[in-house]
Ligand binder design. Structure first.
Ligand code: ASP
Length: 608
């Protein structure tokens, strides 16, 4: 190797040793006669010193260096002169006095600072990702990701899991997204689908008798991108046979996530352990969401009962048409300005809510002594003092607090209030961002109604088993059938979902039938699964856990792109390589394809 040591590893214990280092010129300072270069490599930084009196040749090389030059430097490790130590740098007690140096490769001036964590436009970062990844935070994110994945691999291997790869070129498996398709050259007009997940293969591996499988698997889904979604994401895909109920999965994964966080992120307190378990229904009722952030309270309050018979027409109409009036009680919210409340109204409108009604309780003393003048609300005139007190009671509001109410269809009201709850918690700093609040959610509905498709669709996927006691409802009232699916959430993110699977042919066929898949179609698309279930399929269950999301939560990044080495933009393109690209007419001919429209470069959606 060109180097005997890494830059970041040198300490006082190396004092007096001759070393050979290689890395990038991080910073160069010319101090009247002496040149100091902070040399950077994968492990860290060390200060090197070039003295023209001691070695004119090395000094001349240092003099010619600019930022990001690749430099080889040989010299002696020495204790830094008193008063020049740098306590914030692990190598800050020493420096390397260089006797020989060589530029291995010069560098152009980078398009942004590598040495400083300044805000850089995302497109530029992605175009020069190899430079972006040199920056400290990004570099650390990727290294930490490796440690996390290694921890997972070791943890599972020690517990009898076998890592098995499954195909990328395969048949579609439904996970609720569009497929990425790959045309077959050999079979004209036929396509492979890239896997939305290894779902079917991992179940088949259970039939194959592996009992405990996992894979760090790439999953590809063509859907609209968001902060927590990319066209391709990495999953810890896991499956286990002979699971008796959800708790078997919860215990294993609880130990995995708990020990991972404790070992690699010991500065992040875990709010509750064992992780709380909650039904899906409870989560939606209390937080308006199936991925609740449990680091703070601010739970949703249902005012529908308290408001029966209200004179306020907006509320009355919503309640009469199966809607809800729900809201939040903001502690000390009466101090909000008019503008702040208006902003929040605009905020909930993004979620499709028609409006936001505020009601603040002013004055001193118990809520029971409230008088008319102490109720501040744009709709105060529609409410008697008694009704206002009733609402305060339901919400547990004190004077100085403010209620914020949304009246709408349940799905809209919940979505809007979930968003508002998160926004307020952040603005009011209601939580410690360092805390990790994990929780398991269980018993969600098996199906949801799709207005666009006009049929029942799977909430999770069609291989999820129904709860046995709800089975009688499967024909008469599918919407009320709950499933053996579950999720792990943390700080408002969904970290995994999974389920106990169907392992009997007749139940799987029934499931397809309710989903509107004809027997013929089921045989054509999933005949291999149905058949496998007839050859001694063991009961089994598993999870698909987002590695990118886990990394974003653990490293405190707002977007999974910050923890992926080469992510795509929000319009699913890759500025570095230019993908997706056009292909030559020969390639199209070979694949038996004709393209009907080619987007001009300036029509292509740029950036995020
Ligand atoms: N295949 C599922 C998913 O990707 C996870 C699972 O059920 O194991 O969400």
């Amino acid at each position: 190797m060109l180097k005997t040591h890494s830059c970041g590893e040198l300490r006082l214990t190396h004092d007096g040793e001759t070393v050979s280092l290689a890395g990038w010129v991080h910073r160069r300072r010319d101090h009247g006669g002496l040149i100091f270069i902070d040399l950077r490599d994968h492990d860290g930084l060390v200060q090197t010193v070039f003295n023209p009196q001691e070695n004119a040749g090395a000094y001349a090389v240092a003099d010619s260096c600019r930022g990001e030059y690749v430099l080889l430097a040989k010299g002696t490790v020495a204790r830094r002169p008193k008063g020049t130590e740098n306590a914030s740098l692990p190598t800050g007690q020493i420096e390397v006095r260089v006797s020989e140096a060589r530029v291995l490769n010069p560098a152009k001036t980078p398009p942004f600072y590598i040495t400083e964590e300044t805000e850089v436009e995302e497109l530029l970062r992605l175009k020069y990702r190899y430079l972006d990844l040199r920056r400290e935070t990004m570099h650390q994110n990727i290294v930490t990701r490796h440690r996390v994945v290694k921890f997972i691999r070791d943890f599972l291997s020690e517990r009898g899991f076998t890592e098995i790869e499954t195909p990328l070129l395969t048949a579609p498996t439904p996970e609720g997204a569009r497929d990425y398709l790959v045309p077959s050259r050999v079979h004209a007009g036929h396509f492979y689908a890239l896997p939305q997940s290894p779902q079917q293969f991992k179940q088949l591996l259970m039939v194959a008798g592996f009992e405990r499988y996992f894979q760090i698997a790439r999953c590809l889904r063509d859907e609209d991108l968001r902060a927590d979604r990319q066209p391709e994401h990495t999953q810890l895909d896991l499956e286990m046979s002979f699971v008796s109920d959800e708790e078997d999965i919860f215990r294993l994964t609880e130990e995995l996530y708990y020990s991972l966080a404790q070992t690699l992120f010991s500065d992040r307190p875990i709010q509750e352990h064992p992780f709380p378990r909650m039904t899906y229904e409870e989560s939606v009722r209390r937080f308006g969401s199936d991925k609740p952030d449990l680091r703070y309270g601010l739970e949703l309050v249902d005012f529908s009962e308290a408001l029966r018979g209200t004179e306020f027409a907006v509320f009355r109409q919503v309640l009469a048409s199966a809607g809800l009036v729900r809201g939040l009680c903001v502690p000390d919210g009466a101090a909000f300005s008019r503008k702040q409340t208006d902003d929040m109204t605009t905020f909930v409108q993004q979620y499709g809510a028609k409006g936001l009604v505020s009601m603040a309780f002013l004055g001193e003393g118990s809520i029971e002594s409230l008088v008319e003048e102490e109720i501040r609300s744009p709709v105060a005139k529609y409410f008697s003092v008694e009704q206002a007190k009733g609402m305060a009671r339901v919400a547990g509001a004190k004077r100085g607090d403010m209620l914020l109410l949304v009246a709408d269809r349940p799905s809209v009201a919940n979505r809007a209030l979930d968003g508002l709850r998160r926004e307020l918690a952040e603005r009011l700093e209601l939580y410690d961002p360092n805390v990790l609040a994990f929780a398991f959610l269980k018993d969600p509905p098996l199906f949801e109604w799709s207005d666009t498709e006009n049929r029942w669709v799977s909430m999770h996927h069609p291989f999820t088993s129904p709860r046995e006691k709800d089975l009688p409802l499967i024909d008469s009232d599918p919407g009320r059938v709950r499933s053996h699916a579950y999720d792990l959430v943390c700080n408002g993110w969904e970290l995994f979902s999974g389920s106990i699977r169907i392992h009997q042919r007749d139940v799987q066929e029934k499931m397809f039938a309710v989903l509107g898949i004809s027997a013929e179609e089921a045989r054509r698309k999933f005949g291999h699964m149905l058949e496998a279930f007839e050859f001694g399929a063991p009961p089994h269950a598993g999870i698909g856990a987002g590695i990118d999301r886990l990394m974003a939560v653990l490293t405190g990044q707002p977007d999974i792109r910050e923890v992926i080495a080469f992510p795509k933009t929000k319009s699913a393109s890759e500025p570095l390589t230019g993908a997706p690209t056009t292909v030559s007419p020969e390639q199209l001919r070979e694949l038996h394809l004709a393209v009907t429209k080619v987007e001009e470069e300036d029509e292509r959606p740029a950036g995020r």
